[in-house]
Design a protein around this ligand. Structure first.
Ligand code: S3P
Length: 431
């Protein structure tokens, strides 16, 4: 479906953004691995996270939905049922990469994970290697793509260094490690989001972090009654970008998750001289069980260009398309380096962002692992193709509000993958 977003005169209002997608996936999965009922406060009801609820039900967990609260009655760590057919992960990369960690520990059971056309292009080789080292048997199409077959086994604990900084791969290993035969250590080349670690700590698991390494000790059961899901920092980022770019804007976003591993975008924005006030978590030495939240107060701001270095990339990975958009309006050059991972997201997000914004009048070039934007002229407007990717759909809408002539977004319905009320929310702030 196509939808037009006309230039806005200013965004104003107060809004609560939808619950966090990453944390909702983990809450449902880890809830299903527990033996006692887990109450999830503010579960995200969107396409991706509905796939996770359906998946855990197929594996034998009971799910009760009561508005935003979801109660999951799990099967326990080692008793996931073997469903009759493949598990449909839909479009959800996080489900595709995390779930095999749990399934790998189901001795004597075989599972197949499959999904939509986009998921069939998303690599899974990154999780095959550590899970095989732990003793599971896995088969992927062409050795790297879904459908993915997982044969559960009695798992060994391992020590491994991941070649890429990916919270999905790290989390997969941590979930498998819960049922292994000792302590497992996983190292990553740069810090990535740590929601899995926080929920496991909350569930009584012996887990600790030492710099870029996380060690988790195996356990018999997870003990956790309640998981509170904060507002999604990545969904909030689209509204923040709109507020920063449209002159005269002033927004208040309530209860946004401000875990340090998710606020890389806000640190980049502040470096660009964007005004976003809030009580952001500082970088922590030790793991914490809680997910901090804050209200964020956003005001229109003239911006300056910046350089995003590889270490910052995993901490702002889903917001990098927005850094490109901000760069179009900022004085000077904005460069993102070390973000090759963007090429294997829901779409090739380097190509999607560069072709999309260039079509709206941006002076932007793709590099192998990022992009460079020469800013200051803003955007004229035009048409942008969401390519079935929720973040590109929302990027196009925000670009339209900030452009001179408006933007037609082809495939706006993709926004519902993570933010079902996006169009209503953004239109409500404009009028
Ligand atoms: C996610 C981690 C990121 C991110 C994705 C969600 C997660 O992927 O892009 O949208 O929930 O762990 P990688 O960890 O593979 O970079």
């Amino acid at each position: 479906m196509n939808m037009r977003f006309d230039p806005a005169r200013g965004l104003a209002g107060t809004l609560t953004v939808p619950p966090d997608k990453s944390i909702s996936h983990r809450a449902a999965l880890i809830g299903a691995m527990a033996s006692e009922p887990v109450h999830i406060e503010r579960y995200l009801h969107a396409e991706d996270t509905s796939s996770t609820l359906a998946a855990v039900q197929a594996l034998g967990a009971l799910v009760q939905v009561d508005g935003e609260e979801v109660i999951v009655r799990g099967t326990g760590l080692r008793d996931a049922r073997e469903p009759d057919g493949p598990i449909d992960v839909g479009n959800a990369g996080t489900l595709l990469r995390l779930l095999p960690g749990w399934l790998a520990a189901q001795e004597g059971h075989t599972y197949v994970l499959d999904g939509d056309d986009s998921i069939r292009r998303r690599p899974v080789d990154r999780i095959l290697e550590p899970l095989r080292l732990m003793g599971a048997e896995l088969h992927a199409r062409n050795g790297r793509l879904p459908p993915l077959e997982v044969r559960g086994a009695r798992l060994r604990s391992i020590s491994c260094e991941l070649p890429i900084a990916s919270a999905q791969v790290k989390s997969c290993v941590l979930l498998a490690a819960l049922a292994a035969d000792g302590a497992t250590t996983v190292g990553e080349p740069a810090r990535s989001r740590d929601h899995t670690e926080r929920i496991l700590l909350h569930a009584g698991v012996a887990i600790h972090r030492n710099g870029r390494h996380v060690t988790v000790v195996n356990t018999d059961e997870l003990v956790l009654e309640r998981i509170a899901v904060p507002g999604d920092a990545s969904s909030a980022a689209f509204l923040i970008a709109a507020g920063l770019l449209v002159p005269g804007s002033r927004l208040l976003l309530r209860d946004v998750g401000v875990n340090w591993t998710r606020t890389g975008f806000l640190r980049i924005v502040r470096r660009m001289h964007g005004i976003v006030l809030g009580d952001l978590e500082s970088e922590r030495g030790e793991l914490a069980a809680e997910e901090p939240v804050s209200d964020l107060d956003v005001a229109y701001s003239p911006l300056d260009g910046t350089v995003v270095e590889p270490d910052e990339v995993p901490l702002a990975i889903d917001e990098l398309p927005l850094v490109a958009l901000l760069g179009c309006f900022a004085e000077g050059e904005t460069v993102v380096r070390g973000a090759r991972e963007l090429r294997v997201k829901e779409s090739d997000r380097i190509a999607g962002v560069v072709d999309g914004l260039r079509g709206l009048g941006a002076d932007i070039e793709a590099t192998d692992d990022g992009f460079a934007v020469r800013g200051g002229n803003g955007l004229v407007g035009g048409t942008i193709d969401a390519r079935g990717d929720h973040r590109l759909a929302m990027l196009g809408a925000v670009a339209g509000l900030a452009s001179r002539e408006g933007v037609e977004v082809q495939g706006i319905e993709a926004a519902a993958i993570s933010y079902p009320g996006f169009v209503e929310d953004i239109r409500g702030l404009v009028s």
